[in-house]
Ligand binder design. Structure first.
Ligand code: HEC
Ligand code: HEC
Ligand code: HEC
Ligand code: HEC
Ligand code: HEC
Ligand code: HEC
Ligand code: HEC
Length: 402
């Protein structure tokens, strides 16, 4: 997302902003103590702060003391949740490349991206690409597929102390392959020296271990804090969100009711904390502000956008799980979300808000609320439209707020 140098520069600037924000937070906290009702800003945190403060928080790297059992063990007792969660995009967000339906469909065929040709073959070690490069073609066996492919999918392969991220990615909206987001668009030059460097980039991007560890931490469970990345549990599955589950599993198998306390249940979090819980991977509002990602690019980060909306408050009806069940695939189609809006908004002419329904009625329509108030914006590099969670009145020609 950011190069290390810009990240540092931004982080220095944001540290200052952060101190100011912290000061404001203290002021608000003081105001709350003095009887004001505004508590929405208090306790919004960066993911690193959450990890430091809590025994378990998603994306925390594992140490040898942590004991994971895998989703099949959870399925013994939570079979309905296990069945539906396995169908979700999140559960499928990482798999061995040999299990990618998109890549295996290309066996024996040639992909062309940015004018470079990649011949895809099946081998016992996994799918292999051979990049045509004059007299010395380059081959690589692909290890991991990141992304379910419902939006896109890219391939990562360990090579000594780095990983190689493929230059080609699969994109759902074009049902085919194109250049990987955040990698440069290449041009097939003549046989001059620039050709060598373009060819290098066509093999893929070299990703350092510290960055790769972060990729796995958001796409898998049991990702070790140190050393090679082995024995992970691929995909965002039970223990990626709930934390290592061996103690809970053992206690429940022994019928010890105390075992219930040995696993994190995010249902017990306050809304402001639960939004940060999802934000551990989708970015919290503080993460986004620290990274200095505002306006259009920030639409990829729903927590930040949602918390900028006039609808936002520390109320369970507007936390992520009010609209999305983390144990199920994303519900597509904006009309399905009407009941979520109408949990707070009154509807129909002349109906006035009250204590239970603090949201006004719409003067324009009574259904398919999100189609107008949560517009979608195209991100050309991922060939996909993302939903703006800054729920608002959209005026034609007005700039994107936030
Ligand atoms: C031997 C049966 C068994 C196994 C295996 C098991 N659980 Fe549970 N779990 C239970 C029971 C019983 C409860 C309490 C009733 C409920 O919430 O379903 C529970 C509760 C929970 C809760 C809610 C805790 C709370 O504070 O309310 C979570 C979260 C959970 N389990 C996750 C998991 C995960 C993740 C795994 C796999 C790592 C797992 N469970 C494995 C039986 C089991
Ligand atoms: C451990 C990291 C992690 C956590 C925590 C997490 N997510 Fe996700 N989420 C992902 C990843 C990775 C994907 C991408 C899935 C894919 O490859 O298509 C995703 C995708 C999604 C999608 C589907 C997007 C689409 O367009 O297909 C929804 C909805 C979603 N997450 C909601 C949530 C909610 C709600 C929470 C909190 C309860 C949450 N997520 C917590 C990592 C996470
Ligand atoms: C901070 C957590 C985090 C990190 C680090 C991370 N991802 Fe993801 N990734 C996500 C989430 C969340 C989504 C779903 C985003 C969405 O739909 O808006 C996602 C989605 C994806 C997708 C599907 C396409 C898409 O845009 O939804 C691919 C491919 C992907 N990630 C690859 C990677 C790779 C490769 C790395 C490391 C270079 C990486 N991710 C690092 C959280 C993360
Ligand atoms: C993306 C994160 C995520 C993943 C993956 C995930 N959960 Fe959950 N789980 C949650 C959240 C958030 C809640 C609280 C939901 C709420 O607010 O009602 C929860 C609640 C639960 C509960 C308690 C239910 C209750 O009504 O209190 C159980 C049991 C549970 N999860 C089991 C599982 C199992 C088993 C898996 C794997 C098959 C799993 N979860 C995967 C985020 C996740
Ligand atoms: C008031 C309802 C509501 C809340 C609250 C909400 N969402 Fe959404 N979300 C939606 C709607 C509507 C869509 C678009 C569904 C579709 O594709 O038609 C969506 C889509 C998404 C997607 C798919 C990618 C995209 O941009 O289209 C992700 C990921 C997501 N939401 C994550 C989150 C997270 C994380 C939170 C909490 C910070 C959250 N949502 C809170 C209504 C909500
Ligand atoms: C937790 C309760 C809650 C939920 C859920 C909620 N809202 Fe709101 N919303 C409010 C409150 C309170 C206001 C401020 C008072 C008002 O303008 O009605 C508001 C304001 C708005 C506004 C006016 C914004 C402005 O800038 O003046 C729009 C439009 C809106 N909501 C649409 C929606 C839509 C669409 C959904 C569902 C996707 C939704 N709301 C879900 C509580 C909520
Ligand atoms: C066809 C697009 C559209 C749909 C569908 C829609 N709205 Fe609106 N809504 C608007 C526009 C435009 C305005 C601004 C009206 C004005 O100020 O002229 C508005 C205004 C509002 C307001 C501010 C109060 C007002 O009327 O000025 C709220 C709250 C709101 N809408 C909520 C909702 C909810 C809840 C739903 C679903 C039940 C919904 N809207 C469906 C377009 C839409």
């Amino acid at each position: 997302m950011q190069s290390d140098a810009t990240e540092k520069a931004i982080s220095m600037r944001m540290q200052l902003h952060h101190r100011i924000i912290r000061f404001l937070v203290l002021l608000v906290a003081a105001a709350v103590l003095l009887g004001s009702s505004s508590d929405t800003l208090v306790d919004e945190m960066t993911t690193q702060e959450r990890i430091d403060k809590n025994p378990w928080w998603p994306t925390k790297l594992s140490s040898s003391a942590d004991k994971y059992v895998g989703s099949a063990a959870c399925a013994e007792c939570h079979s309905d949740i296990a069945k539906s969660q396995a169908q979700s995009e999140m559960a499928q967000s990482l798999m061995p490349a040999s299990q990618s339906e998109y890549l295996t469909a290309e066996y024996g065929k040639t992909l062309t991206v940015d004018g470079f040709n990649y011949h895809i073959e099946k081998t016992v070690q996994g799918p292999k690409f051979t990049l045509e490069a004059g007299s010395s073609p380059v081959s690589k066996t692909l290890a991991w597929a990141f992304g379910s492919g419902k939006i896109s999918q890219v391939y990562m392969t360990p090579e000594n102390d780095i990983y190689n991220e493929s230059h080609f990615s699969y994109f759902d909206s074009i049902h085919g392959f194109d250049g990987t987001p955040a990698q440069p668009v290449l041009r097939v030059a003549g046989q001059d020296e620039s050709h060598e460097s373009e060819l290098r980039k066509a093999i893929g991007r070299r990703v350092e271990m510290h960055e790769v560890r972060r990729c796995f931490a958001c796409h898998a469970a049991n990702v070790p804090a140190q050393g090679p990345i082995n024995n992970i549990i691929a995909g965002v599955t039970c223990e990626t969100c709930h934390g290592p589950g061996a103690n809970h599993t053992a206690a429940m198998r022994a019928n010890l009711p105390q075992g219930i306390a040995l696993i994190m249940n995010p249902a017990n979090l306050r809304p402001v904390d639960q939004v940060d819980f999802c934000g551990s991977c989708h970015a919290t509002s503080m993460d986004v502000q620290m990274a200095g990602s505002f306006g259009l690019p920030s639409i990829r980060f729903p927590a930040y956008r949602l918390q900028n909306s006039a609808c936002w408050r520390n109320d369970a009806r507007i936390q992520c799980t009010a609209c999305h069940d983390p144990h199920k695939p994303l519900v597509r189609g904006t009309a399905a979300y009407d009941e979520k809006c109408l949990a707070c908004h009154v509807s129909g002419p002349g109906v006035k808000p009250d204590a239970v329904h603090p949201g006004r009625a719409c003067s324009v329509a009574t259904k398919d609320c999100a189609s107008c108030h949560m517009p979608k914006y195209e991100f050309p590099d991922v060939h996909h439209k993302f939903t703006d969670h800054d729920i608002r009145i959209v005026r034609q020609g007005a700039p994107i707020p936030g």
